[in-house]
Ligand binder design. Sequence first.
Ligand code: BTN
Length: 244
Amino acid sequence: MGHYNLIKLNATRSTNDKVKMLIKSKKISPGDIVWAEYQYKGRGQYNNNWNSSRGKNLLVSLYKEFRELTPKQSSYINFVISLSVIDTIEYYISSDNYIKWPNDILSAQKKISGILIENNFKGDKFNNSIIGIGINVNQTRFKNIVNATSIKLITNKENRIEEVLDKLIKNIGYYIKILRVKDFDNIMGLYNSRLYGRDYCKFLINDKTFEGKVIDVNPSGSINLKINGLGINKYESNTVKILI
Ligand code: BTN
């Protein structure tokens, strides 16, 4: 991925917040990475918390610039990051890994990784992204979290967090190259081929459960779902939740 600084912290509020602060104080450059052993207030999607035992998992945020992308194309950042994470997990766990739209990676039908991307726009121009990634590596007990798993829970093996980070960074470098040359169709095809729920899954819409299947994700980031009794329709990520 070229030259970058790796900012290693014992503990911080949230690695995404740390990147934000470092941008403000001009102490971080595009490409730099913040990695922490522990977060006091790790954040997930929709104002959720992201809890992780000290030193057990990978907690990292990347600061990236995408001058060549328009705001409309920003969903491709999510696509390439999801692909990078699933490939990283696949190195340790050979099968049953899926991308659960919009932001989760599943292994054996449980959540093994979460992604929190915060994009910043300057007017109608795309400016930069803070890409936060949590991968459960060595944690085996998840208090008060249902449906969570880790590499260790599935393989029975401990791994060095640093090694997982190294593989992740290489994969991100690989996929971001594809993004920078704007091979959008290729990215979309790869992303759609790894989606969870293409045969069958359950959804939650307005607190009601439905059955059906995932058709595919659109370049804008919305999803086409076939819901039994309702046919095929397009949904935005704030209106539907895929259940595991
Ligand atoms: C989700 O599943 O809702 C997204 C979880 C994202 C967690 C990662 S851990 C590193 C980075 N810092 C944060 O506070 N969140 C992300």
